[in-house]
Design a protein around this ligand. Structure first.
Ligand code: MG
Length: 393
């Protein structure tokens, strides 16, 4: 084996960032919703907890020669769980490692706790953050964008779909969608968790208001049994949904497969899964025809393998996007640009645009497309201005 000349990993650090926002993610507080003493709220529509700020975990890996790689992962709730795993377990284990071994490092970290059953959850998120930082460091050390290290670059732009239409009323949500349509966006997804006027009514209003030339999608937020979902999706059909997301509880693999087999619209699944293993069983059952890997859960090493396995099953990849500073979003664009089967990427406009001022990057989303960052590695760095929002661990 020829030894790599790259500088070895010398230091691994993690940071919690919490950026205040006026309107919570997914829109204003609904009936029965309030922000608790820890800054969280529970959405009544899907019984899920969300932060009232943009919370995220950053990972900084420094090599012997001072080169720095940045990663990011989910810090949406209890971010200390993730930083504790990174600081106590993952970081110390990879000191001295060669940054040109990212997939090997990811597999080694996964194996550390496998026998104890920690293969996902906060453990998986922590690995994802470290993995993204190792890839960024690798790219910087060899002076190549990460997409080139993933097998090659197919594009510099990825079509974006608008995710979520935060607004108190249906009229406000339609007006927001129209403003994006006027700026060149052609695909829109709304969220059942905050669809206060009814899921069918919202799709009808969007189709009638936006016209025949846009794509419409709905995230059902795991709310339904299989039969309820089949019935509901039938009622959506007159308004031609492009895909329907997450109809049944994540635990209900049978229900997902049943819905996938019965409905006449593509199903999209996967934002909550961390590894190939979770995807594989659903792919074999043909539960969905679109997979939605979330970079903050999978990291680059798993993401690219999931995307290529999806291609082997003739499925599309439409990556998930979540609350973050933009670093895992950039990683997701690099992976998307390397894949042959990625027609659209989710665009969390209410998070992405407001947090761009806290990163240095050429990454943008305009005219219905994401522009990939440029430069070696991921092409994105935290700006100094973000450190005012550093939260104590
Ligand atoms: Mg979703």
């Amino acid at each position: 084996m020829t030894a790599s000349k790259l500088p070895r990993i010398q230091k691994v650090e993690s940071f919690i960032i919490s950026i205040p926002r006026d309107t919570p993610y997914l829109g204003p507080l609904g009936p029965g919703e309030q922000i608790n003493a820890r800054g969280y709220l529970v959405r009544q529509g899907n019984r899920t907890i969300y932060p009232s700020t943009d919370m995220s975990v950053l990972v900084k890996i420094t090599a012997e020669d001072g080169t720095v790689g940045w990663g990011e992962t989910y810090g949406i709730v209890a971010p200390q769980a993730v930083t504790s795993i990174i600081d106590d377990v993952l970081g110390p284990v990879i000191l001295g490692r060669d940054p040109s071994d990212p997939m090997v490092i990811q597999e080694d970290l996964y194996d550390l706790m496998r026998v104890r059953g920690f293969s996902g959850g906060y453990y998986g998120d922590a690995i994802a953050g470290v993995d993204i930082a190792v890839w960024d460091l690798y790219g910087k050390c060899v002076n190549l964008p990460v997409v080139k290290l993933l097998g090659g670059q197919r594009s510099t732009r990825i079509p974006a779909y608008i995710s979520g239409l935060p607004g108190k009323t249906l009229d406000e949500r339609l007006a927001l969608a129209r403003s994006f349509q006027a700026r060149g966006f052609k695909a829109f997804k709304y969220a059942a968790a905050v669809s206060f006027d009814g899921i069918v009514e919202e799709m009808r209003a969007l189709r009638e208001g936006l016209g025949p030339d846009v794509e419409l999608m709905v995230d059902l937020h795991w709310k339904f049994t299989a039969q309820e979902a089949i019935q509901l999706i039938d009622r959506l059909m007159p308004w031609r949904p492009c895909f329907v997301e997450a109809p049944c509880a994540p635990e209900d693999a049978e229900g997902q497969a049943q819905v996938g087999a019965r409905v006449r619209v593509p199903l999209a699944l996967g934002e909550e899964w961390h590894t190939l293993y979770e995807y594989r069983s659903r792919m074999e059952r043909r539960s969905m025809s679109i997979v939605q890997p979330e970079m903050g859960h999978t990291g680059l090493s798993q993401f690219i393998q999931i995307g290529r396995m999806a291609q082997a099953f003739h499925m599309r990849v439409m990556p998930h996007a979540s609350i973050g500073l933009g670093i895992f979003q950039a990683a997701s664009l690099h992976a998307a640009a390397a894949l042959p089967n990625c027609p659209m990427h989710e665009y969390q406009h209410s998070v992405f645009d407001r947090n761009l001022r806290f990163v240095r990057t050429r990454m943008r989303c305009a005219d219905g497309h994401f522009e990939l960052p440029e430069g070696p590695g991921l092409g994105i760095e935290p700006d100094d201005s973000v450190w005012q929002y550093l939260r104590p661990k």
